[in-house]
Design a protein. Sequence first.
Length: 151
Amino acid sequence: MGVGAVTGSLPKVVSAGGVVYRRGRHGIEIVVCGRRRDSLWALPKGSPHPGEELEGTATREVEEETGLSVAIEEPIGSIHYRFTAPDGTRYDKRVDHHLMVPTGGRLEDHDGEFDAVRWVALEEALSLLSYANERKIVRQAAQLLKERETP
């Protein structure tokens, strides 16, 4: 689970993932991942393997969870939250997100962690995503893309 140093009494864990985007007919679209049993829609992310750099984690996890090959364009930012594991242990977690573009692959080839993986319009993603902190990351990604278009 990527357990690291202890802050106060809570162990720290870290994950990495990204916002995969493309420009579609109706503007920017991003990939979201859904799980029916939890009524959950989320961005793809996951924990590092031992010795793995976080950018490698982000690329690997996004590729596994979406079925797409991706390339990182730039960092977006991080979110922080606390959670309780099934064994009752509480953790402080940081998730680093990166702006990514697809370079190949197919959504149909995603792993079994999610039931559905799909492209959605940016505005739909903002209403669909289950967590406010992930909606914030998507807004930050949209801002980065908007800044690129501004001369």
